[in-house]
Design a protein around this ligand. Structure first.
Ligand code: SAM
Length: 712
């Protein structure tokens, strides 16, 4: 079951009591969030100083990422203090801080705001955190990037052990597979300093369990340190058992002792089986009746095959997927050469005048619903934090009209779940819709006040504005090959001559054109024609202030013209505008709001745009390492015989060849998160989503499904 974003009844809300001094206290755990004497001094002493952050940052290498892992995000005080210290430090401009924290009982935004108001010296940073803090109640993994300060925060809402297990590389210790840990990319993510917070082990034994320590071990390596406020001997023993050298030091204030320590790699390697070459590892399979408890499939994982960092990546395709990928990679200090066959960016399916940041939302707990919500939250934060709505669109708000009973039930339940986050979503009656949108509405709606529309072409130009990104237009890729060390991409340039470019990694972000590339031609990408109509605004339609989505959408006017769309034409490949499709779009608009079409002059020949969405059979995008088709088929052939077998083997993937494809009509919403997933994997950082959810996007899934269905 996926762990991301499940909207639950709020049994996981923090139970905060405010004492007479205005300090937060957990009634669930009967424990304090921070010292009553001086919370800031305590956090600095116990976590920042004891992990020697300042000294280590002095020596920190120029363009690498320093990662902190924390158990118990609570009020975010530790995070803000680490951020403050980071900002005071004189870093190279490429250095990055990644703070990864787990929290089982998240504070509401109101409680977070109240708690952080206690610290005036942190107010500027607190405000940034409060603005970006995800709506509650929420489960799963969420990433917030504070690009101005080179800080990323990965928040995992859920149990600490489960959260870190989802982020850690996994080791399959079975006798028939390599015991070396695997993850999505081919570099191993590592935490540099652990803040082992969380309520006292005596009050919260549930958290300090074996599974947590085993996940900590999988994320630790040479130079990893920890610090914790507790000196409990059970904690000390567990830390020693997983390979930390532990030391007791004086605790903060009246506390006698606390623990600090350093990871010993030798200790970790003790008892580890020798590594076996992935290619020669025999595939092992088990029937379910003999299954171990750890039955997580591993076909979507890569074995780490080198420690070499990716420094340069070629991105093929200059639409939204390519430009977002380039942006995310550049933010992780990876140089990008972006190849686009047209003479400018965002010419094809990404080229609409106005696109909506939209995903289908539902309170039901399915992987796709979970992904949709995670993607929407990430996209929203992304566009706001970079000021992209101001530059390339408008965060005017989007109304998701409940055009049938089923949607009404779903949307109402969704809004009920997030009733304490009205700035994120609210339920509006038809009358309220009219009041906020400026035009009469026949339907009630799920209203998302912070999302809106964006113009993809200027957005793409903004995304590639980086000294690390080189855009080569009129560069049509003809093939790619790997010489075992690097990728060679061949393309035809403007003058029709052949050129090559070399890099450590390649990302295919070229929609259907990926089917023309040998390594990705097995991907089941579908082309669906969509026609958008541009309708001149009228006196009444100019009143429209929100994007309205139902069966189709209409945007507020941009330069006296609304975008209205889009049709879905399966098996139709004509590129010219058709009167039939304009009619369809207008009919859909009439069903959404008759008032909007009533005074449109339909005798006019409307302008518009035809594009081809790149879709997938299961509606999930295709994001991650591209499988080596024949090796994968061979390695997992037993699925043909027994679809529910557990095959203990890692997937067969082309080394550093990735896909960011199949976003259908949801590109503006899905692509920011998908690109962050890819860039994290390529840079060897933990993912911004759970491994479970990643499996649903992994390019190899179609081969596995086809084997299970005996189709190949
Ligand atoms: N580090 C926090 C700060 O800077 O404000 C204070 C942390 S507070 C002392 C302990 C936190 O651990 C609480 O927010 C609590 O909900 C969380 N917690 C308790 N049990 C947990 C578990 N099993 N998994 C994750 N978080 C847990």
């Amino acid at each position: 079951m996926s762990t991301d974003n499940k909207t639950k009844k709020n049994s996981h809300a923090a139970q905060v009591h405010w004492d007479e001094k205005g300090l937060p206290y957990s009634t669930r755990f009967d424990d304090i969030y921070f010292s009553k004497d001086d919370g800031i001094a305590e956090s600095r002493y116990v976590f920042l100083d004891a992990n020697r952050l300042k000294e280590r940052w002095d020596q920190h290498s120029i363009d690498s990422t320093f990662s902190i892992g924390e158990t118990g995000f609570g009020t975010g005080l530790n995070f803000l203090l680490a951020w403050q210290l980071w900002n005071k430090h004189d870093h190279n401009k490429n250095a990055q801080l990644h703070f990864i924290s787990v929290e089982k009982y998240p504070l509401s935004k109101n409680d977070l705001t109240k708690a952080l108001a206690l610290w005036p010296e942190l107010s500027a940073l607190s405000q940034k955190l409060i603005n970006a803090y995800p709506p509650q109640p929420l489960q799963g993994i969420h990433r917030l990037n504070f690009y101005d300060d080179n800080i990323s925060l990965t928040l995992s809402f859920g149990d600490a052990a489960e959260g870190f297990q989802q982020l850690a590389p996994i080791s399959k210790a079975g006798p028939h597979v390599s015991s070396s840990p695997c993850a999505i990319g081919s570099l191993r993510p590592q935490i540099d300093a652990w803040f082992l917070d969380g309520f006292a082990p005596s009050k919260n034994p549930e958290m300090w369990k074996d599974a947590l320590f085993s996940a900590i071990k999988n994320l630790s390596g040479r130079s990893t340190t920890f610090a914790t406020f507790t000196a409990a001997s059970a904690v000390r023993k567990q830390l020693i058992a997983i390979g930390f050298e532990c030391q007791k030091i004086k605790g903060f204030g009246r506390k006698r002792e606390m623990l600090i320590g350093k990871f010993s790699v030798e200790e970790k390697q003790k008892g580890r089986k020798p590594e076996v070459d992935e290619q020669t590892t025999p595939t092992h399979f088990r029937d379910h009746k003999h299954q171990k408890i750890d039955a997580e499939p591993s076909w979507h994982l890569n074995r780490f095959s080198s420690n070499k960092k990716v420094e340069h990546c070629i991105v093929i395709g200059g639409g939204l997927a390519g430009c977002h990928t380039a942006f995310a990679l550049a933010k992780k200090n990876i140089r990008v050469t972006l190849l686009e066959k047209n003479n400018t960016l965002a010419m094809e399916a990404s080229g609409n005048r106005q696109g909506v940041v939209y995903a289908k939302l539902s309170p039901h707990n399915s992987p796709l619903n979970t992904f949709n919500l995670a993607a929407l939250l990430y996209a929203s934060q992304f566009y706001h934090s970079l000021g992209l709505y101001e530059k390339c669109g408008d965060a005017c708000g989007v109304l998701h009209l409940a055009i049938n009973d089923n949607l009404r039930t779903q949307y109402q339940a969704f809004c009920e779940t997030f009733r304490e986050s009205p700035d994120f979503s609210r339920w509006l009656t038809a009358e309220e819709c009219e009041a906020v949108s400026g035009v009469p509405s026949t339907f009630p709606a799920l209203y998302l006040p912070q999302t809106g529309w964006l113009s993809p072409a200027p957005l793409c130009l903004e995304l590639v504005k980086s000294e690390r990104i080189e855009v080569r237009t009129e560069s049509k890729v003809s093939g790619l090959q790997n010489d075992g060390n690097q990728w060679e991409v061949t393309y035809t340039n403007k003058a029709n001559s052949t050129e090559t470019v070399y890099a450590d990694a390649v990302v295919l972000a070229n929609a259907h054109a990926a089917s023309e590339i040998e390594q990705s031609q097995h991907l089941p990408l579908k082309k669906i024609r969509g026609q958008v109509s541009h309708i001149p605004s009228t006196t009444s339609s100019k009143e429209l202030r929100k994007v309205i989505c139902g069966d189709g959408y209409i945007s507020p006017a941009l330069n006296n013209c609304h975008s209205l769309g889009a049709t879905f034409n399966l098996h139709e490949y004509g590129t010219g505008l058709t009167a039939r499709d304009h009619r369809q779009n207008l009919d859909k608009l009439t069903s959404l709001s008759p008032a909007l079409t009533s005074n449109i002059d339909t005798s006019l020949a409307l302008d518009g745009k035809v594009g081809f969405r790149c879709t997938t059979p299961d509606y999930f995008p295709i994001v991650g390492s591209i499988a080596d088709y024949s090796s994968m088929k061979e390695r997992f052939a037993f699925y043909r015989k027994k679809a529910n077998a557990t095959i203990d083997n890692y997937g067969a993937y082309h080394h550093h060849l990735y896909a960011n494809l199949g976003h259908g009509a949801r590109g503006l919403c899905y692509i920011p998160l998908a690109s962050e997933v890819l860039a994290s994997a390529i840079a060897g950082q933990v993912l911004p989503i759970s491994r479970d959810l990643y499996r649903h996007m992994a390019p190899g899934r179609f081969i596995i499904r086809d084997l299970m269905r005996n189709k190949i």
